[in-house]
Design a protein around this ligand. Structure first.
Ligand SMILES: [Zn+2]
Length: 563
């Protein structure tokens, strides 16, 4: 980030409105000087997420996430820092100086790749609407997807035969290599060929809605039924969920999230007015995906087909979920009747009945676990032992001690055996940020007061006795605050960029205002502490006496203001 000149970043921020940026995802209500809303970073029922237009900051008093416009884009939308800068610059009508663009090689490559994937999506969508794409369009119509849904999700069709993409994009070696890098072609015995042929196409987007890969379903009999893009530099199956960028905001506002098994389930739900479905990309759901799901909604319903494969998939999902589970979350599991999937249920019963099923029939994860253990055991004494062993192994993975105790008790009831799973798991120590939190509240408050009213900083610069805080981390921040004030930069925004791991900076700037009266006291207190420390240092008798006198003066002043 050091590659961008500060003046440029300032200019970008000056032309950005963080309220508008965040309001695209979070419903904000004016409250005093700030806007409040439900935090998009953790699940909550009453708003503790504040956005300040004056300070151009967001801060969540619930989970502590905070920052400026750049941070919102990186943390929420998954942009890299340079991408966030570029995005906001473009929005503001500013041009990123090319010579200053960071790692311009890699950035350029990524940009080109994403543009190519985007172009791919457009070509597949166009093919779907062409004469040759009729088979694909018929398929979607048979599945009762309207033109609106087809356009919104950019559904497409990959024509049968080879050379479809090359015909449009060019046949040169460079283009072929690029198409291979993004997973649209692969090199066979006879050179490069299209990966997707005679398939209806589902573009898969990342958190910000950029196409990063595709899923393709075969129309005729053939294997595999679903084919996905291979893992590329841009496409990581285990990080992505189908429907995420399209449904994130709806899920939050409707407080409903349904995890289904496939693309068509997600689309069938959307077609019935339920744009709240997410699906893994043809593989079993993984831990990272579970985390993402629970961050979005604390009580998602995992919906599985009622057949054997569905039961297996749900057990795998439950296993992945164990390390993430805590008493804050209440995921539930729903098994559809044998032979049904969300699509067939929705077609027959409609959306209301489907939602009712979710509400009434979905079982808490604990019930699902106990039932799964019972299924695993079968009957007889050995069965009970097998069940206990499995239960123990699964409990050992859980991180939430209290929840584990509850689960253990339930498992002991059904196995009638004493389980071995530990009461408490050894905890990994939290990584300590560079700016360690050893400071006294007053020192923090002092910094907060400076960030809240940067005009308080200037007088400190003139001070001969520039005093320092005794906490190294805070000192680092304080020193930068003084330097930044001298350069006339937006202090808070600059600090956010320089100390991304210091989560207290947005807190300091966002917490309730520290009055001038209180600030005066804090300033005196900081001086007093500094002089007190100086008094203990070696020096000539003269120096020592001088320091003592200074310290006494400040101490008395402090007493006067009532400290
Ligand atoms: Zn939060």
């Amino acid at each position: 980030m050091a590659h961008f000149p500060t003046e440029f970043l300032d200019e970008v921020l000056a032309r950005t409105d963080i309220v508008e940026l965040i309001a695209r995802h979070v419903q904000l209500k004016k409250s005093g000087n700030n806007f409040m809303g439900l935090c998009p970073f953790h699940h909550e029922k009453s708003p503790s997420f504040s956005v300040s237009a004056d300070k151009q900051l967001f801060y969540c008093f619930g989970c502590g996430k905070g920052g400026g416009a750049f941070q919102f884009l990186t943390e929420h939308d998954g942009y890299s820092f340079p991408e966030a800068v570029e995005y906001l610059a473009e929005k503001a009508g500013l041009e990123v100086p090319q010579s200053l663009a960071p790692d311009s090689g890699d950035q350029e490559k990524r940009k080109r790749a994403l543009a190519l994937l985007e172009q791919g999506a457009t070509l597949f969508a166009r093919a779907l609407m062409s004469q040759e794409g009729k088979a694909g369009l018929d398929y979607f119509h048979r599945r009762k997807l309207s033109q609106d849904i087809i356009s919104k999700y950019r559904l497409g069709y990959a024509l049968p035969g080879y050379g479809f993409l090359e015909k449009v994009l060019g046949r040169d070696a460079r283009m072929q290599a690029q198409l291979e890098a993004v997973g649209l072609m692969f090199k066979g015995d006879r050179g490069y060929v299209d990966r997707f042929r005679a398939r209806v196409m589902f573009p898969i987007t990342d958190r910000r809605g950029q196409v990063v890969g595709f899923g393709g379903r075969i129309l005729d009999q053939g294997e595999p039924k679903y084919l996905n893009s291979p893992e590329t530099a841009y496409f990581h199956k285990s990080d992505l969920l189908y429907g995420f960028s399209e449904h994130r905001d709806e899920i939050r506002s409707r407080k409903l999230l349904v995890v289904v098994e496939g693309y068509m389930d997600v689309l069938a739900m959307a077609a019935h007015g339920l744009p709240v479905g997410l699906a893994p990309l043809g593989t079993a759901i993984g831990e990272r995906q579970v985390r993402e799901i629970l961050r979005l909604h604390a009580e998602p319903v995992f919906c599985f087909d009622g057949d054997r494969a569905g039961k297996q998939a749900s057990w795998r999902a439950l296993e992945r979920m164990l390390p993430v589970l805590s008493s804050d979350y209440g995921p539930r599991f729903l098994y559809l009747p044998e032979g049904e999937d969300p699509d067939s249920i929705l077609q027959r019963e409609g959306a209301d009945a489907f939602v009712q099923r979710l509400e009434i029939e979905a079982k808490p994860v604990l019930d699902t676990w106990i039932q799964g253990l019972k299924n695993l055991a079968g009957s007889g004494v050995e069965g009970r032992a097998r069940m206990a062993k499995k239960a123990d192994a699964m409990l050992a993975v859980m991180q939430d001690d209290y929840l584990r105790q509850v689960w253990r008790q339930e498992a002991e009831k059904v196995t009638t055996l004493k389980l071995k799973a530990p009461e408490a798991s050894p905890r990994k120590p939290h990584p300590i940020s560079r700016v360690a939190s050893l400071a006294t509240p007053n020192q923090e408050k002092f910094l907060a007061a400076l960030l809240q009213k940067p005009e308080r900083i200037r007088p400190l610069l003139l001070d001969q006795n520039v005093f320092f805080l005794d906490d190294d981390g805070l000192n680092l921040v304080y020193t930068r605050v003084l330097e930044l004030a001298a350069t006339n930069t937006g202090v808070v925004q600059a600090l956010l960029l320089e100390f991304p791991q210091e989560e207290r900076i947005p807190l300091w700037a966002s917490q309730s205002d520290i009055s001038d009266e209180e600030y005066e006291k804090l300033e005196l207190l900081m001086r007093e502490r500094h002089l007190h420390r100086l008094c203990k240092k070696p020096g000539t008798l003269e120096e020592k006496t001088y320091r003592q006198e200074q310290w006494k003066k400040i101490s008395e002043k402090l007493k006067k203001v009532g400290h």
